[in-house]
Design a protein around this ligand. Structure first.
Ligand SMILES: NC(=O)c1ccc[n+]([C@@H]2O[C@H](COP(=O)([O-])OP(=O)(O)OC[C@H]3O[C@@H](n4cnc5c(N)ncnc54)[C@H](OP(=O)(O)O)[C@@H]3O)[C@@H](O)[C@H]2O)c1
Length: 318
């Protein structure tokens, strides 16, 4: 098969690229700064927002997975929030127009979305059928609603594209955990090793996560399941409170202690790391309702085991 990965130069793209190259598929990445990988991947330039010669790559390809978007690991200033919104909506629209205009359109367009679309909650997990979308929760910072608006606009850009020959799935992904340098798992592991892997603001907030290997397997599953379209949660079936999540990570890394942090300390730390506390404090209790119903099984359903596997891989890769 020929796969097109707009924004495929990042962490998630790397997982997909490697897995699908290994299986002998043709992988083409769209990047604003095309550089050769030297591993068989073809990298083609685009600007992430308008049509260009890159649209020829859509014609005749089998699968498009759009991953493009300004990183969310940044300070949530008004400028950065706007860039997060604009880059996601513009790239999804550009992909939609290319798919709509293709003579031989792909059979499937997987569009990255995020588990952040759901409400901050503790009481019950969010699946696709009964989950509560965020944006109106009381007692949370007002700008958290903006992240939900980004996710909804991102999904709308895909939904509104008129692509009758192409099935569309919005991937409401939780944090994808892989051992590579710079990944979420790497960042959390470094914090834990520095003694900062304790509960944050009490640690009651839920963490939803997904092992990178299961992320790739879930996309392969979606490829084969013609009956699935629309939003699909990509998260391991057992999200857990941040306190327990970090305890299991520390155990996997063999770090005995993790200092607790107050909300104010987390604010300071996030600022120093040029990040935002929403990533730490929002309770993302998201479960894979549709995947499970469709018969998908996870290789790494439980975090303690997944963390041990990732920590082993990280050690082996060093
Ligand atoms: N990683 C996760 O755990 C996770 C979970 C849920 C959702 N997501 C979403 O999934 C997508 C991929 O995740 P990732 O971790 O691979 O992200 P990433 O490492 O930040 O990669 C995203 C790619 O998007 C491109 N990009 C950045 N700014 C852009 C802009 N202004 N316009 C167009 N393209 C731009 C970049 O490619 P070039 O610089 O080469 O153009 C970059 O490599 C992101 O949209 C992310 O929000 C990720």
């Amino acid at each position: 098969m020929k796969v097109l990965l707009p924004g495929g130069t990042g962490h998630v793209g790397q997982l997909l690229r490697r897995a699908w190259l290994r299986e002998g598929h043709e992988v083409v990445v769209l990047s604003r700064h095309p550089r050769p990988y030297g591993d068989g991947t073809r990298v083609v330039g685009w600007d992430g927002r308008s049509a260009g010669p890159w649209t020829r790559e859509v014609d005749g390809c089998d699968l498009v997975v759009n991953l493009a978007g300004r990183s969310v690991s940044c300070r949530y200033t008004p400028e950065n929030l706007r860039a997060m919104m604009d880059s996601r909506v513009a790239s999804a629209r550009a992909v939609g127009e290319a798919v709509a205009g293709a003579r031989r359109p792909p059979r499937l367009w997987l569009q990255m979305s995020t588990a952040t679309v759901y409400a901050h909650r503790f009481d019950a997990p969010n699946d696709e059928a009964d989950g509560v979308l965020g944006g109106a929760e009381p007692g949370v910072p007002a700008y958290w609603a903006y992240s939900v608006r980004i996710a909804r606009a991102w999904e709308a850009a895909q939904r509104e594209a008129v692509t009758p020959a192409t099935r569309k799935v919005a991937l409401r992904a939780a944090m994808v955990m892989s051992p590579e340098r710079g990944s979420v798992f790497d960042v959390l592991s470094r914090l834990a090793r520095a003694g900062l892997g304790g509960p944050v603001a009490g640690g009651r907030q839920y963490v939803s996560w997904l092992h990178g290997a299961d992320f790739v397997r879930a996309l392969d599953f979606l490829r084969t399941r013609e009956d699935l379209s629309g939003p699909v949660n990509l998260a391991a079936p057992h999200p857990l409170p941040q306190r327990a999540f970090m305890r299991a990570l520390r155990a996997a890394l063999r770090v005995p202690l993790g200092l607790p942090a107050t909300r104010a300390m987390a604010e300071l730390g996030a600022w120093a790391l040029r990040s935002d506390t929403e990533l730490l404090l929002k309770s993302r209790r998201v479960v894979p309702g549709r995947l499970t119903e469709a018969g998908f099984t996870f290789t790494h359903p439980e975090w303690p085991e997944a963390a041990r596997d990732l920590a082993d891989r990280r050690r082996a890769g060093r």
